[in-house]
Design a protein around this ligand. Structure first.
Ligand SMILES: Cc1ncc(COP(=O)(O)O)c(C=O)c1O
Length: 415
């Protein structure tokens, strides 16, 4: 039977279960020495900033904002195309959100739109290295310096990427990372703040350290969900589980994606499951996974090159652009083509699951109605929402990657 290929693949250590069992046997499932070791290893990789682990990436961002202690009414500029949770948490932290458009060629914050979004009340900007490509940090840092703004990099998709030879998360004043199951470093949830100044880092650490330790059962459940996700996206399991739903959806024009993601809602007050500490078992997994990160990144990049070669010469198709000086880690491989939705359906019918939008055009969400957008309507973000995301993740085999490339090329070239 022909197996289907899922849009998502998780990076999984072969000895995950042994790592979990060891922390449990030592009584270090929730609290233990791996948290500090993981933070140290992460900071060392980044070249010396201060690292503070958190329950997830969004809370790392929230602690950075709280630690900055910006005056009430301060404005923060975020890209119009990002995960809705990030701007909403900025509001929970008491800031006024302003959206700036993205450059549809790179999917990242457009420096010109960012500069136009600045007012005398602006205090911070969040360059989001969306889909694994660093923002134009040279231009963004120069504008931020001129206006005396704090720069907080959203590195949720981009661990391992560099800009002018420097790792993301070390270019601004602080950065934050996500360790959710599908992210470049999979700890089955979790996050981390990377902070340049020791003083700011100690305030972030104090805020993260005020949270209670997580309940053991909750962490067990998290690991179980991760285990199930990892099983469900294996090609043969995916073929007989989620894929038939996608296949039928493609016939009836339904969009099952809406059920995959966290419900869009106000995060004020903060949900209880957000406010806890990072567990030792997850840190132990992260510590071991850091040793494999470069290998996984290189593998994903090789798969992206296969796709570049397969699709780059097709008329009307735009493959991902990587401006000079930046490296892309391809958390998502985004392609523009005509009649996107029809192309996606045809790929699904040939066993290749393609995602259409991984984040949100936040400026179009009811949740952010009334927030300022520069320029109004965020045409770049709307255009970027019309791309499709082709699987290139590290857990694909060479054969599977070649098959994805062949099928997608066949479909795209017959439009
Ligand atoms: C762009 C972006 N920023 C931040 C986050 C938040 O990460 P976490 O889920 O660990 O809170 C995500 C999560 O998917 C994301 O996609």
């Amino acid at each position: 039977m022909l197996t289907a290929i899922s849009r998502y693949g998780a990076r999984v250590l072969p000895d995950t279960e042994q790592i979990i069992a060891r922390t449990r046997a030592r009584g270090e499932f929730i609290q233990g020495p791996h948290i500090a070791r993981f933070e140290d290893a992460f900071a060392r990789r980044a070249g010396g900033s201060h690292a503070v682990a958190a329950s997830n990436g969004r809370m790392a961002f929230y602690y950075i904002l709280r630690a900055l202690d910006l005056p009430p009414g301060s404005e923060i500029v975020l890209p119009a195309l990002t995960f809705w949770v990030v701007p909403d948490l900025a509001r929970v932290a008491g800031l006024k959100v302003v959206f700036a458009d993205v450059d549809p060629a790179t999917f990242t914050l457009d420096p010109a739109a960012f500069e136009r979004a600045i007012t005398p009340a602006t205090r911070a900007v969040v360059p989001t290295h969306l889909y694994g490509l660093p923002c134009d940090m040279g231009a963004i840092l120069e504008i931020a310096a001129r206006h005396n703004l704090n720069v907080i990099e959203d590195c949720a998709h981009a661990l391992g990427a560099t800009c002018d030879g420097r790792p993301v998360g070390t270019l601004g004043d602080a950065g934050f990372f996500s360790f959710q199951t599908l992210k470049p470093l999979n700890c089955y949830g979790g996050g981390l703040a990377l902070v340049r100044s020791a003083a700011l880092a100690s305030r972030v650490r104090a805020l993260a350290g005020q949270e209670p330790w997580p309940d053991g059962k909750r962490v067990e459940k998290r690991l179980l969900v991760g285990r199930l996700q990892r099983i469900f996206i294996k090609p043969w399991v995916f073929t007989i589980s989620a894929f038939p739903i996608l296949w039928v959806s493609s016939l009836i024009g339904a969009n099952p994606d809406v059920y995959l993601w966290e419900k869009i809602r106000s995060l004020h007050p903060l949900p209880e499951e957000y406010t806890e500490r990072f567990s030792n078992v997850q840190a132990a997994i992260g510590l071991a996974a850091l040793d494999r990160l470069d290998e996984w990144t290189a593998r994903t990049q090789r798969h992206a090159q296969v796709m570049d070669r397969a699709l780059g010469d097709l008329p009307g198709i735009t493959i991902p652009q990587v401006p000079p000086g930046r490296t892309h880690v391809y958390y998502q491989y985004c392609v523009y083509g005509p009649q996107r939705d029809e192309l996606v359906v045809r790929c699904v019918r040939r066993g290749i699951d393609i995602e259409t939008l991984h984040v949100d055009v936040c400026s179009d969400l009811d949740l952010f109605a009334g927030e300022r957008v520069e320029p109004p309507g965020a045409p770049g973000a709307r255009r970027a929402a019309g791309a499709m995301q082709i699987p290139v993740y590290a857990s694909l085999s060479e054969e599977q990657t070649a098959r994805v490339a062949r099928v997608v090329r066949g479909v795209l070239s017959s439009t």
